[in-house]
Design a protein around this ligand. Sequence first.
Ligand code: C6P
Length: 414
Amino acid sequence: MTTQDSIILPKAVDKLRDEFPILHQEVNGHPLVYLDNAATSQKPLSVVESITNYYLGYNANIHRGVHHLANLATEAFEKTRKKLAAFLNTPDQREIIFTSGTTDSINLVAQAWGRMNVHSGDEILVSMLEHHSNIVPWQMLAQEKGAVVRVIPITPKGEWDLTDLNQLVNAKTKIIAVNHVSNALGTINPIEILIAEAKKVGAKVLIDGAQSVVHFEVDVKALDCDFYCFSAHKLYGPTGVGVLYGKAEVLEAMAPYRGGGEMIHTVSFSGTTYNEIPHKFEAGTPNIEGIIAFGAAIDFATSLDKDFVQSHEHELLRYATEKLSSIEGLKIYGESENKVSVISFLVDGIHPYDLGTLLDHQGIAVRTGHHCTQPLMEHFGIPGTVRASFAVYNTIEEIDMLYNALLKAISMLK
Ligand code: C6P
């Protein structure tokens, strides 16, 4: 951090925090310190207002009516698709499918692509760092098809161990499904290596971007992956909506996932024809206000200065790592050089739940438990961790508050 940055940064963050009224409250008699951003980020005013504006001004169903409100709602809804296409850098809006979130996007691919393309004896490759949402849909598919789920091991630092890459990615591999960033450890994974390897054997690649897009820019065309997905709610947007990017030619060759309104072309009892992509995968009335607010969240995210986000989050991570490492008996899980602003830790002899509860008593919100990564916790031989995850609106002072609250909690529990 340069001297100039240290003068400018607090002011910039203060201004940013004004956009998030929820942060300005007390919890248990202490100022709220919200460090559970990897679970869900807080929402700026513009996102909240986009929802009320819709309901107060132009609530209507989309793609169906010819009336004024229906046209306004359809236009606002489709604008989000355009924004997401730009956000992920695809020129083709048909490659943007709205879903209910990352989990839904992965299930869509596992079912709609997987059922057609994965057969007995085939292999699906995931990693030890996956969230349950990127494990269970593949296990369900593998069980149905008699396929095998293989797992990329990790190093003690929490990075992929690609020593046996040649065996892990082989002629039987049909799809590689991995996260870009680990939610439990914060590791940024070298997905480019796997995408290149997949091409050699003709396998498809799905990237779970739930934890990446809020921290750095993603260009699906430069990555050249087949699928990329994320949820709005970890990127300043509402819960219950998300996106699946898929290459047009791959999506076109896929059967629909859910049947119903909107995804059809014509329906008759003698046979039904399906709509074009992306609508083929968007059955039923969607979460209209959520998708519109997703657009507002994209606007907010893209309005932030990228260099500022990166340097501020990097400084939060560096400072928090230094402070927490100085606490006796505290062990950090996930020590990659290539990390986003997430710190998972345990303190000798103290259950993470007890620590989390005593932090909450002091106004500090962290996540405790297995973080929906039970195989990873089992790998480390631990029940779970305490996870502090920082967003661009967090401050150095809040890390000092975390540090002091931790010392107090530890002294009470030991
Ligand atoms: N991780 C966390 O606290 P949904 O629930 O569909 O929006 O996202 C699921 C998901 C998938 N992949 C990764 C890498 C994730 O981090 C998550 C959500 C939250 O870490 C809730 S468990």
